[in-house]
Ligand binder design. Structure first.
Ligand code: ADP
Length: 555
């Protein structure tokens, strides 16, 4: 800035000096020309008078040329040249002007002398006749004067220019000094250790400006400090939450990643600002992020990294940002696996002695005559049977959790529904229920899975529909999905329970469920089978009106 000002100042002064110098030269040149004019005219007068008195002219000054020309143009005298050899001069401009009486000076290159001369002639009357007296002064004299003055002028010009440049530097340094204070103040603000600008004692206007800058600086410094505190707090919280958090911008660049996220993906280098593809090598994670970004949708998926299990939730959090939350589920998955292993083992261990117990009970029942003991034994048989059903359901659930669907075949859903109805016929008849079935459809699945699913739903409809009620079973294809629906006119389920009835052992009325031989696991088994086939379940129910449960299979 300072340099620029000095350079511009210097250029301006230099140009001005050149102009002044040029003007000076022009004025001097004009002055000198004017002087030469006067000189040549005066000399012409002097030599005219001289000639009138004495025709033998003597010219003492070397620079001056005097020529006498007669009325016919013949040169009578010339102090510089051999006039006898000189050509006729009647056509010379100065002679023509002298003849006409409008004398004027003429600048011309003298062919005889080969230099620029200023000519002037006068008509001089002598004894009734006349001649022309012409005087010429070399112009070079004037130009050489100018040429001589150039070095001096140049010297003068450079001294002035140098002095100006020096003054300019000093003045600029002084003028720009306050800017240096402002610069230091702003720099300290930028570095986070804001120091106000020191006020000067001399300049009131500058002090006003500094005070205003200081006020703005203080406000900015406060704001920056508050923002930094907030950012630190946020970083502290982010880095101390157990989940990994990565925020991705709409162009796929990483905006933020907390410590846990870096640990999960074993990231050691700077990741913020880079594309999300540099987060991990896991194709599963990258494909899922790409898909969610393309579809602008949310996603939940499981993945493994460094021998640990994670559930990743990818969500659009508006304003063009997406958040990837990584929850470590390794321990809970282990506990869950242990729990369900225990569940399966305990069921197995219980089933054998209970089956034996039932056998012994049957034997005891056969030989027993006493009616009271017989009734106890019959109650015992009923309870053992119920526990065995419960154990069967528990084993079914455990199997569903730990195995994948096998023996996938094309299952005719209508055929399976008819088999279920056949099995449940005694109860249906006993309750006088009006059961109907419509539609048909095939499903690629394990036949046992389809049977268990349909049985649990139809059996519930039978259990929870009062005497003489109606059950409608329908099988149809809707929006490319196979839909199996059981609709009853039973007791219905209160909305408060509707979200929970798919949980294990959750029963709205325990006593009623027990009476019907329910285990509280039926709908939980239905949910697990549906999950196995990526099917979704819908439930509509109203107390006293009835319940409709549908399962939507993708294929
Ligand atoms: P349960 O063996 O007790 O029937 P489920 O898991 O099959 O167990 O059902 C859970 C609970 O949901 C039942 O105890 C019952 O209260 C309620 N429920 C299920 N189906 C129906 C239905 N069709 N109508 C009314 N209530 C039902």
């Amino acid at each position: 800035m300072k340099k620029k000002i000095v350079i511009i100042n210097s250029i301006v002064v230099f140009v001005m000096l050149i102009l002044v110098f040029g003007l000076g030269v022009l004025v001097t040149k004009n002055n000198n020309l004017e002087n030469a004019n006067t000189q040549v005219k005066t000399l012409t007068k002097v030599y005219s008078n001289y000639y009138k008195a004495d025709t033998n002219i003597v010219v003492s000054e070397q620079d001056i040329r005097v020529t006498i020309i007669d009325k016919n143009g013949v040169v009578l005298f010339d102090n510089v040249n051999d006039f006898s050899k000189m050509e006729n001069h009647l056509e010379r401009e100065e002679i023509i002007s002298a003849l006409s009486g409008e004398n004027k000076t003429i600048i011309r290159n003298s062919e005889t002398l080969n230099k620029e001369l200023l000519y002037y002639a006068e008509k001089v009357e002598i004894d009734g006749d006349y001649v022309f007296v012409r005087v010429a002064v070399p112009i070079q004299t004037i130009n050489s004067y100018i040429t001589k003055s150039i070095p001096l002028m140049l010297c003068f010009l450079f001294i002035i220019f140098g002095a100006e440049a020096l003054i300019s530097i000093v003045l600029n340094t002084l003028a720009l000094k306050p800017l240096g204070f402002v610069k230091n103040g702003l720099q300290s603000l930028n570095n986070g250790n804001y120091k106000p600008i020191q006020l000067t004692k001399k300049d009131r206007e500058l002090n006003e400006l500094f005070t205003q800058i200081n006020e703005i600086g203080e406000k900015l410094s406060d704001t920056i400090n508050t923002l930094n505190d907030e950012r630190d707090k946020l970083n502290y919280i982010l880095n101390h939450i157990t989940n990994g958090v990565i925020v991705i911008g709409e162009n796929g660049e990483v905006v933020l990643a907390n410590d846990n996220a870096l640990k999960i993906f074993n990231i050691t280098s700077q990741i913020v600002g880079k594309s999300y593809v540099s987060i991990t090598d896991s194709k599963l994670v990258l494909d899922n992020i790409q898909k969610a970004l393309q579809e602008n949708s949310s996603l939940i998926f499981d993945f493994e990294s460094i021998d640990r299990n994670y559930v990743a939730t990818f969500k659009n959090i508006e304003k063009g940002f997406y958040i990837l939350i990584l929850a470590d589920v390794t321990d809970s998955r282990k506990n869950e696996a242990m729990r369900s292993e225990f569940f399966a083992n305990a069921s197995h261990e219980l089933k054998t002695p209970l089956t034996a117990l039932r056998g012994f009970n049957d034997l005891a029942l056969l030989g027993e005559k006493d009616e009271t003991i017989k009734s106890y034994l019959m109650q015992m048989d009923k309870d053992i049977k119920r526990v065995l059903v419960l154990i069967d359901d528990m084993l079914k659930l455990s199997k569903l959790e730990h195995t994948k669907a096998e023996n996938i075949v094309s299952v005719d859903m209508l055929e399976v529904a008819n088999e279920v109805i056949e099995e449940l016929k005694p109860k249906i008849v006993q309750k006088g229920l009006d059961i109907s079935i419509c539609g048909s459809g095939k499903l690629k699945a394990n036949k046992d899975d389809v049977f268990i699913l349909q049985k649990n739903l139809i059996e519930n409809a039978v259990h929870y529909t009062e005497q003489g009620g109606k059950i409608e079973i329908s099988i149809k294809t809707e929006n490319g999905k196979k839909v199996f629906t059981v609709k009853d006119t039973g007791i219905g389920i209160d909305s408060a329970h509707q979200t929970r009835i798919f949980e294990r052992f959750y029963r709205v009325e325990k006593s009623r469920s027990r009476q019907t031989g329910g285990t509280g696991l039926g709908l939980s088994i239905v949910k697990h089978i549906a999950e196995r086939y990526n099917a979704s379940i819908s439930l509509e129910s109203k107390i006293g009106v009835g319940t409709t449960i549908s399962v939507f299979f993708n294929k």
